[in-house]
Write a protein that binds this ligand. Sequence first.
Ligand code: PBG
Ligand code: ZN
Length: 332
Amino acid sequence: MQDRPRRLRRTPALRAMTREVHLSPAQFIHPIFVHERDDEQPISTMPGVSRHSVQGAVEQAREALSLGVPSVILFGIPDHKDAVGTQAYAPEGVVQRATRAIKAQVPGVTVITDTCLCEYTDHGHCGPLCEVPGQTGGDAWTVDNDPSLDLLARTAVSQAQAGADVVAPSAMMDGMVAAIRTALDDAGFVHIPVMSYAVKYASAYYGPFREAAGSAPSVGHRATYQMDPAGGHREALREARLDVAQGADTLMVKPALAYLDVLKLLRDEFELPVVAYNVSGEYALVKAAAQLGFMDERRTVLETLTSMRRAGADAIITYHALDAARWLREAT
Ligand code: PBG
Ligand code: ZN
């Protein structure tokens, strides 16, 4: 027997020397939920994750940076929600305030803002609603695409004005990236990248996030704008291509784990960096299994994040970011 792969697995040094995929805190993006209260509220469906005050968000950003995690993504939970998501584009909105505070107190951190309306609308959808003639039940309402574009563009500009380094539109509206790009350019923000949630599926894996953000739709569902999980690679390519044509600076696949084939597809087909979003449900699964003693949290998390890198992710948005950064630090 000449071919013995086990020769290169014999020692830690040989394994490390021949390893192809590398995981580093520099690739992680730390999500922060920020609300308009002074206290910290743990999120029951996401053990270890909380809603933070503006000052709490600053401390989260500081901790991320100290662990070598260079960027954070902000999600706002406003006190006031209405039909058109006014607080998403209010100059004193909670994300705008948190962005200003973080950039003032921890200037070295890169602030990415989630650009969407669903945390700000009272019905929980990603833009203002319209009726769908002839449909009943969950399909009787959907998001009105073109009026939403203007509101998303206003949101992105107000986030950039607050000091956001990157805007990340997640609403899955047609023409969203172009509308935001044009509005940013017109407002003098030609240098601000758009990290588009290009390929985003209507997924059960967002369940814990919606509890965290209070953004579960009160009527209808998101399948009329987010992608069908049973859609194939052609639809993923089409969505990505549209965003590239509209000026997206990076592409994203969300969720990550159940869609690693799509991640690999975008890696191979496009030149833009690809971001994986390791979503709330993926996090909750691991935390629950670990709490029950069914799995080893540290090994599971590092293996999962490694799989996203192997599939082609350049960066990973993950609620495990700070823990994983600590574990990677201990390992070396
Ligand atoms: C807002 C948004 C969502 C997530 C990120 N941005 C919620 C949704 O689309 O329902 C989900 C993130 C997660 O589950 O961790 N559009
Ligand atoms: Zn949304």
